[in-house]
Design a protein around this ligand. Sequence first.
Ligand SMILES: *Cc1c(COP(=O)(O)O)cnc(C)c1O
Length: 371
Amino acid sequence: MSILFLDLKASYFELKDELDAAYYRVMNSGWYILGEEVEAFEAEFALYCESKHCIGVGNGLEALHLILRAMGIGQGDEVIVPSNTYIASWLAVSYTGAIPVPVEPDENTYNIDPALIEGAITPRTKAILAVHLYGQPADMDRINEVAQKHGLKVIEDSAQAHGSRYKGRRAGNLGDAAGFSFYPGKNLGAFGDGGAITTDDEVLAARIRMLRNYGSSVKYHNDEKGYNSRLDELQAAMLRVKLKHLDKWNERRKHLAELYYKGLSELDVVVPSVPAWADPVWHLYVVRHNNRDELQKHLTKVGVNTLIHYPIPPHLQPAYREFNISNDAFPLAARISSQILSLPMGSHISEVDINSVSDAISSFARNWHAS
Ligand SMILES: *Cc1c(COP(=O)(O)O)cnc(C)c1O
């Protein structure tokens, strides 16, 4: 048995004719940066996210950074972030000169616990950066309520949540602005790096548009010290093709998640729990086991590829040693990171393979209890 964690070639072969045509269209156009393809993709993705504006940028990390910069967040400010997210959520804050302030997740959803946010707010707090981790939306009404009470901005890290819904509303339209990544492995992935920002705020959108292009809205006139962070025409053309298939692919992931649930919910692994108001897009299917390392070894031995998202929380990374955060300061993030395991998930995995993974976990559980 050999079950890939994710098959990145599958979407190319599924849509080869359309993607090749898009490639030739851009190559023949002679226009490769900020042109018709990016403009069209921005309009289509804004519509998809039920958001007024979309700005294509270089990648997901820069999307988050540009939002924070455009909001005027910087040196001396604090931004609340989850303690158990991918390090990019923290880096975006650090790039502005502001301090990321971690808050622990809810143990069942892995998303930031709204009840703990208020305790982390200080006079320097400017924003809450909520992450829709693994494709499941964070509890945005409660987060927005705390933000409103304290006059804070709310940013969604939607890098894992293209298409997911919270109480019927799309990720990307649940706060003041959202950052998306089109890294190849995301639910909507390019064939290289890419990212986008969605927002209903026209002034913010205009400022981000300027910042992504050297701080310039009229060529060679620079109002601010901006950046070079642009989605390119080729990636935009590829994304336009793939966007039309995203809902279908997300439905497929949902079906596979249901199969996993059927196969695993009676075993001694903790399966993901989905609140009634959440419609997740299953970027990752993450289970928990108190002997995770042995389980992962067993699965590797029988040919099932798994990954860990993420093995070390940001506050315990050498990159953040300057904060001197002790090992037990965020025990939930630390414990979760030692127990989680991401199982193969993607729109191109077969039902047979999902059932084989469940069987392999079941056989591990039996041996585990017997020994
Ligand atoms: C992928 C990811 C990012 C960063 O996106 P890039 O395009 O790789 O820069 C940020 N936050 C989260 C939660 C991610 O999963």
